[in-house]
Design a binder for this molecule. Structure first.
Ligand SMILES: C[S@@+](CC[C@H](N)C(=O)[O-])C[C@H]1O[C@@H](n2cnc3c(N)ncnc32)[C@H](O)[C@@H]1O
Length: 278
């Protein structure tokens, strides 16, 4: 049984379904980070690419276009609802999606680029997971991914959560290294993990952007504030009355933040991470 069983269940439960439902909004909201990650990856025609935690495959599709007919992209994920959506969007023969735990799956060792858009922070044992992922790279292969910095630096996470906390019961503190979106906030820890997993030439650079949540506080973007980050975690076992109260206070907080602007744009703070497999 996989050590990542809890995350696999999580991404195949209501969260995976909701992510699939609001995928267009997610793709839109993460667009600035996706563009930065793709620039970092600098993928070339003919390359073989592995996209870890590909979700519904937006980045995989962009990568497949860039590698062209002579290249190939494999998206790997554990979430069946998101993989179903990814497969329905893939039209070219140079892309495939596989259902597997990237921490333990035996990938062919021939990838020029190992890429991820927010899909590598969910491993119970990140050193062993990245050591396994490194085996998927050709000897000259490279790693390029984007992950979140801390909750405090990410307004899209901290602003809704500050509002939600006013109506939530006291929350158990979350270990900062626990598998989840913010597990790699500490760049020293992240560098050590990648080094111990055998990567070299590790680069970790900040990237600051904006997450566009769209117009009205009750719109699709509003759903994302309860689908990702600490508010999503707090709502996992909440009853309907608590959910309703959280929706109200988060909508109010977003409306206040929106004041005078056309849409809601909240700050995002990421690490752009690169390394060599050899
Ligand atoms: C935050 S989502 C990002 C999805 C996609 N890359 C995007 O940007 O829309 C994280 C993804 O990682 C996947 N994931 C979590 N643990 C995984 C594992 N052990 N192996 C493969 N994928 C995993 C989840 O199922 C989920 O689709």
């Amino acid at each position: 049984m996989s050590a990542n069983k809890a995350q696999i269940e999580y991404w195949n439960g209501p969260t995976g379904e909701e992510w699939a439902k609001y995928n267009d909004q997610t793709d839109h909201s993460l667009a600035e980070a996706a563009a930065a990650a793709l620039r970092l990856a600098a993928v070339r025609p003919g390359e073989r690419v592995l996209d870890i935690g590909c979700g519904a495959g937006a980045a995989s599709l962009s990568l497949a276009e860039k590698v062209g007919p002579g290249g190939h992209v494999t998206g790997v994920d554990v979430s069946r609802p998101l993989l179903a959506l990814a497969r329905s969007r893939a039209k070219s023969p140079n892309i495939e999606f596989i259902e597997a735990d990237a921490a333990i799956h035996a990938f062919p060792p021939d990838h020029d680029l190992i890429f991820s858009l927010f899909g590598v922070m969910f491993f119970v044992d990140p050193v062993s997971a990245f050591a396994n992922i490194r085996k998927a790279a050709a000897p000259h292969g490279r790693l390029a991914f984007v992950c979140w910095r801390s909750v405090e630096e990410n307004e899209w996470a901290s602003l809704p959560y500050a509002a939600a906390r006013t109506v939530l019961p006291p929350q158990k503190p979350v270990h900062p290294h626990a598998p989840g979106p913010f597990a790699f906030a500490d760049s020293i820890r992240l560098r050590n993990i990648l080094g111990e997993a055998g990567f070299s030439g590790i680069g970790i650079e900040p990237f600051d952007g904006m997450m566009d949540l769209g117009g009205a506080p009750q719109g699709a973007g509003f759903q994302l504030t309860q689908l990702m980050g600490p508010t999503a975690r707090a709502l996992r076992n909440a009853d309907d009355a608590t959910r309703t109260k959280v929706r109200e206070v988060v909508a109010e907080a977003l409306a206040r933040r929106q004041a005078g602007m056309e849409g809601i744009r909240l700050g995002m703070a990421c690490w752009l991470v690169s390394a060599r497999a050899g």
